[in-house]
Design a protein around this ligand. Sequence first.
Ligand code: SF4
Length: 482
Amino acid sequence: MLNELIINRQGWECQTGQETIIHNEHADKPREKCGVFAIYNYKGPGNAAIITYLGLLALQHRGQESAGMAYCGPNGIEVIKNMGLVENVFSRQKLTAITSDTVLGHVRYSTTGSSSLTNAQPLVARSFDRSGIALAHNGNLTNTRRLHNALLEEGHIFHSTSDTEIILTYLFKYRRNDLIQAVEKTIKKIEGAYAAVAFDGKRLVAFRDPNGFRPLVIGRHGQSYIISSETAAFDTVGATFLREVEPGEIIEINSNGLHSQMTSPSECKSLCIFEYVYFARPDSIIDGSNVHLVRKKVGALLGKRIKTELDMVVPSPDSGVSAAIGMAEMLNVPLQWAIYRNPYLGRTFIEPTQSGRELAVRLKFNPIAEVIKGKKIAVVDDSLVRGTTARILTEMLKRLGAAEVHLCIASPPYKNPCYYGIDIPVAEELAALGPDFKKMASLIGADSLTFSEPDDLYQAVGKNSCNYCTACFSGEYPGYGK
Ligand code: SF4
């Protein structure tokens, strides 16, 4: 079974030979696949499309490659989507022209399926009678190839190379008059991670896989319901957070209100623990815990592992801020803003080579020499992937006069690939060193390197490992064992 997972991660579009996966060439961070935002029957000021636009802006960190909205138009379900950031895809003119009071939105970053307009979501399937289904999905199926082949055998044609189209094809195949029944039948077929919302023009249906890998939450805005990947989007649009969509739950929102039914949830939840470490916004609440406070606690627990005397704790901006605050408080050492991060960098056309990555880091960060000169500093970041950023930052800090640089990572080291919707750039050089953190530190040029232990994360979220997917550092893939 694990072999099938491995094949799937490499992308099933490889079978067609037509497109190439555009992976995380420059990234030195894992990347979330997608964000979903939908509002039903909005009657307040502005319109549903403007609320969805604001919601998608709040979720932009979950996907920056494409954005889209599906809604009810004169010809049934229509969709506007394009490559780029939310603000580039939607003009005021486009938004005000959407009169539908129910809108389904999506921001995407590709993990399975290439970065192309055909894979941008929401995906829509239409019939000759103008009925249709729109689908927005966050996650990654793990039985994609098998289902793709089975559907091809049945004569279905695919337009995209995204696993989301497999879910949509099943929904459309089973739809008849009832989207709920179609969802029930579809989730018996699909495996892996999915936090998804479907819209057929009359109702929104949200459904989450039995493990609950990716978050999905319900909010209220006046008389309207909202479904979102994160609660931060509710704050942005002035909505109230009601509750999570539970793992294995199907939520239907129609003109009679909200209806829930459970399928068969797993005995153990498997929420991705890296939602807390890195992916989610610090102002979001995930599974009952505020993300910033969890990160801060992880930082404090990491601080207990630091044996060196320090002059200051410096966050790697902005990803290490919460953990650095926790560590500085724990160690009673000043927290210093000592690395400037250029906030105006858009997409840069730099070759995905090592020297290109280095240039990208130098464009992004610049330490403040006057703050760090002669100081023993702990630089705190949330994760260590390729190590490019850490190495270049360390080199810059030392060149500018830092006496010692101790690298502190508020998560355990990545050891294994993710098959549930996260793109983790491979860290061959670092991974090859295994648990030899001394050698890792010397490769990076740091005086020491300290990682959080898995127990720090469980302690910070206040639950045991059974509630989370930890596969990328533990190797225990939910449902598959080691
Ligand atoms: S393998 Fe890692 S990144 Fe992927 S879902 Fe599990 S914890 Fe999250």
